[in-house]
Ligand binder design. Structure first.
Ligand code: PGA
Length: 244
């Protein structure tokens, strides 16, 4: 269960969140919990969660160890701060910052090099779903960004399916739509990496996941977790999602 805080919260708000959130999920051992705050809040987040069952991740990384890349952050830096995860190719990165499939492969490899678990996002836009092209779009994202990985690299990633039309809109995919799409993604994994890899890969659903819809989504066979935006900003609501 991963929270994506996007561009929200200050360091003080980050500490206040974890003061409230940690006791609410202290006993949870049946799932992995991660929060991905913005870069400036990572130190506060890692400091607040030391020794707890909550892992911290970045929201993006640049695919080089270091260098003259003004404004960018590397996997080395995220690792050195204590991060365990990093989101790669969120639809907002694809849309506003023009990240392409070739960037995805480089970023996944850069994350793995520094022991970060990449949470790689794929998803179709509304017009792509409505024109019947969901599988074409997801297939191209998979083939371009994930299929080039070696089986060993692939075994270390988490996939997040996030239909762009469901992100921040309050319009969640129905459990049936989400399940069908997750099953399609798993079939792509099977074709590229084999049945064992398909069974072992965690595929998270993201897009307006809330305390009141998470249980139905999670009851679907191919949905293994959630990547949560808005509902992860409030300690009680994200704790309710985690403990669905
Ligand atoms: P949302 O965002 O839960 O606010 O829809 C999900 C995401 O973008 O990861």
């Amino acid at each position: 269960m991963a929270g994506n805080w996007k561009m929200y919260k200050t360091p003080a708000e980050t500490r206040a969140f974890f003061d409230a959130f940690e006791p609410l999920v202290a006993g949870v051992s049946n799932c992995d919990i991660a929060i991905c705050p913005s870069f400036v809040n990572l130190e506060a987040a890692v400091g607040s969660t030391e020794g707890s069952n909550i892992a911290i991740g970045g929201q993006n990384l640049y695919p080089a160890k270091e260098g003259a890349f003004t404004g960018e952050i590397s996997g080395l830096m995220l690792n050195a701060l204590g991060c365990k995860y990093v989101i790669v190719a969120h639809s907002e990165r694809r849309e506003y910052f023009h990240e392409a499939e070739a960037d995805v492969v480089k970023k996944v490899r850069a994350a793995l090099e520094y022991c970060l678990t990449p949470i790689v996002c794929i998803g179709e836009k509304l017009e792509e779903r409505e024109s019947g092209n969901t599988e074409v779009v997801l297939g191209a994202q998979f083939d371009g960004g994930l299929a080039p990985l070696t089986p060993e690299e692939f075994s270390k990633i988490v996939i997040a399916y996030e239909p762009v039309w469901a992100i921040g809109t309050g319009r969640t995919a129905t459990p049936q739509i989400a399940q069908e799409t997750h099953a399609f993604i798993r079939s792509k994994i099977k074709a590229a990496f084999g049945a064992d890899a398909a069974a072992a890969t965690r595929i998270l659903y993201g897009g307006s996941v809330k305390p009141d819809n998470v249980a139905k989504l999670m009851s679907e066979e191919d949905i293994d977790g959630a990547l949560v935006g808005g509902a992860s900003l409030d300690p009680k609501s994200f704790a309710a999602v985690v403990k669905f």
